[in-house]
Design a protein around this ligand. Structure first.
Ligand code: 5GP
Ligand code: ZN
Length: 134
């Protein structure tokens, strides 16, 4: 986790990533081919610390099913999406954000600022977050 007093970048520094499914970074994290600091795992989802944290708490929650973005959600994914939302708030509370709050962000596609094309929920907290986004 990030130390106190750390400055968090305001803009993304990572290059745009446009993977094929077999080349998806998050699918590789699920398979254990890329290491991650896991926070939670069950049969259908995985949570891990973001590589480039933007806040003292910055966890990513992903479905194990490769869904490209929120804009690619299908009706068969409705129950999974509900479970993801429920788990997101549970993880935020476990990370100590229950009292002061947190931000749950889902960037979708190009204008949404999505850089990894596998649906993910950012769970951000531990400091007062600015608004509006850039
Ligand atoms: P997006 O910009 O698509 O909403 O968010 C992608 C997030 O994934 C970014 O916050 C970025 O720091 C994070 N990320 C990219 N590659 C990796 C990785 O290999 N490991 C982890 N833990 N996070 C990553
Ligand atoms: Zn994937």
């Amino acid at each position: 986790m990030s130390a106190k007093g750390t400055k968090y970048p305001e803009t993304k520094t990572l290059p745009k990533h446009q993977p094929l499914v077999g080349d998806c970074i998050f699918c590789k994290i699920i398979k254990g081919e890329i290491p991650s600091k896991k926070v939670y795992e069950d049969d259908e989802m995985l949570a891990f610390h973001d590589l480039t944290p933007m806040a003292p708490v910055h966890v990513l929650l992903i479905p194990k099913k490769h869904i490209k973005s929120l804009l690619d959600l299908e009706t068969e994914d409705i129950v999974l999406a509900g479970r993801l939302m429920y788990k997101a708030q549970e993880l935020a509370r476990e990370q100590g954000c229950g009292e002061n709050g947190a931000r749950f962000v889902i960037n979708a596609k190009n204008h949404g600022g999505q850089t990894v094309d596998h649906l993910h929920v950012h769970i951000l907290g531990g400091r007062l977050l600015g608004w509006p986004p850039g």
